[in-house]
Ligand binder design. Structure first.
Ligand code: ADE
Length: 232
């Protein structure tokens, strides 16, 4: 039986999903509220994990250990790293890596976590395909499949943006995806990251972000509901 764990970092990223859920049951763990129930007919657990990599990893592990999820999706917003990706466009992860994990002093490429067998954690093929179809259903012609770069930084300057592009080759940057990906990878749970662009991760980011945050977050929630229906 499929049970989908759905992780968003902020309230805007999960509120639409919670509104659409049925048969809701709440459980608190690590000061975080997990909501079990049905979304688009599918068994799901929705959680607002909080911002950043540690919060994201904690919630992902709890979803695996305490709620028995079989699949994980991370939904939310991101800064664009690609000229072709505009505000409101959608990114589905092919894989995810850190842009701020740096052990290059010991010969590791930036992004590589020593002891892991990969720099970038690959998303599940089927979830990836279904997520692309779901994104195309919501916003046709505005979806890209590629890498997501994560770090504990809100990126709002062009120098940092360029460095992240150089290190990762990613399409977008955010603050949780790779931590969710790494945790899912270590647990052998299929995952995908689904992000809507809220800003361009440059000097305009802090101005664009408050305006587009809600629109982008709600668009992503719609795609997540389509994805849940497709996994049924
Ligand atoms: N989430 C949305 N926009 C972002 C940005 N520019 N940097 C990091 N996380 C983000």
């Amino acid at each position: 039986m499929t049970k989908l764990g759905i992780i968003g970092a902020m309230q805007e990223e999960v509120e639409t999903l919670l509104e659409h859920m049925e048969e809701k049951k709440f459980t608190d763990r690590t000061s975080t509220r997990f909501c079990e129930g049905k979304l688009s007919g599918l068994d799901v657990v929705v959680v607002q994990c909080g911002i950043g990599k540690v919060n994201a990893a904690i919630c992902t592990q709890i979803l695996c250990d305490c709620f028995g999820v079989t699949h994980i999706v991370n939904t939310g917003i991101a800064g664009s790293l690609c000229a072709d990706l505009d505000i409101g466009d959608l990114v589905v992860s092919r894989d995810a890596m850190y842009h701020d994990f740096d052990c290059h002093a010991f010969g590791y490429p930036v992004g590589k976590v020593p002891g892991m067998d990969t720099v970038a954690f690959p998303a599940d093929e089927r979830m990836m395909q279904l997520a692309v179809e779901a994104a195309e259903a919501v916003n046709p012609g505005h979806t890209k499949l590629g890498r997501v770069a994560s770090g504990d930084q809100f990126v709002a300057n062009p120098e940092l943006k360029d460095r992240i592009i150089e290190i990762t080759g990613a399409l977008c940057t955010e603050m949780e995806g790779a931590a969710i990906a790494q945790t899912a990878y270590r647990n052998g749970i299929p995952f995908v990251i689904l992000r809507a662009i809220s800003d361009k991760a440059d000097h305009s980011a802090d101005m664009d972000y408050p305006t587009f945050e809600r629109i982008a977050a709600h668009r992503c929630a719609s795609v997540t509901m389509h994805l849940a229906a497709a996994l049924l």
